[in-house]
Design a protein around this ligand. Sequence first.
Ligand code: DAH
Length: 360
Amino acid sequence: MQPTGYPELDALLPRLAAIGSLEAEALEAERVAILGRKQGVLTQALRALPKLSPDDRRRFGAEANRLKAAFEEAFLAREGQLGTAKAAGPLAGQDLTMPGRGRWIGALHPVTRVMQEVVEIFRELGFAVAVGPEAETEWYNFGALNFPADHPAMDMHDTLYLTEGPRGRGEEGKRDEGRMLLRTHTSPVQIRVMQSGPPPYRVVIPGMVYRNDPWDASHAPGFAQIEGLAVDEGIGFRDLKATLTHFARRFFDARTRVRFRPSYFPFTEPSAELDVECQICHGGGCPACKQTGWMELLGCGMVHPKVLENCGVDSERYTGWAFGLGPGRTAQQRYDIPDIRLEYGGDMRFLRQLAGQDRP
Ligand code: DAH
């Protein structure tokens, strides 16, 4: 190769000429010394290009690249002679005898999938999504929702408290003084939504909730819920029944039978439980539905006037209905998952089975 006119580069020419006589080990060392990605002399010279004047950059750059090409050719030629040539192109430098790396195939978690579908069905009906904090005050979690102080309904929820203090339901006006807790349901977000502005409200509220429950086949201390709330003028129980029946049939099957059973919640009056035909035996009776032919889908009811008033909503003018659903339980019903710990335990052996599986 002709001298480049740059002493720094020309100093490498004798080394270029010597390549043809190097043996395998020295050859590899020399390749790293000249072309190595970090310490290579030429690599470093090229890396300094941006610091030069535009004119020098062009001329020096051209010479340095010419030299680099000459070195690459010389190394390849010598490697060819020695029989140590490596594959060129995208496979250069790779050990082709190594076993391939397994690829992870991602999939939506069954609980996430149910939550997204519920949100989608209600989105079509004009419901927006709202969220609220998982660390709540007693007032939002209980008091505002019409739980009487010391009522056993509060025991029912087996609350995980975050701060100490006297037992109670929290008081309006002293919201910051009550105990903090991990919300036991998504219902407190109803309150936050209604406080955020005037009616009407049509929202669904997905989120995690927490209870001091054991970790067994049918309990988890943290699990998902979806809440729904519709408040407007002239809303009646028929709207609740029609909307939730539509929801159940969109979610399961257009012909799925549903039934409403009377129930009790402090924040709704009247309250009901919505059952759907068992998705496994379709009403015949099986172990999954404990031979009843029905599966509990959600709790619901007409929003208690006191709850509306607690949020400053005129209960003479506005009425509404609400529901709360456990997507974990719903996913168990739909995908026939026998143990709730499979859903919330993070066991990859379980989750991987679901990749790419839409319905069983
Ligand atoms: N918050 C209830 C629970 O966690 C579920 C529920 C029932 C929510 C009825 C509602 C409702 O909004 O109307 O058990």
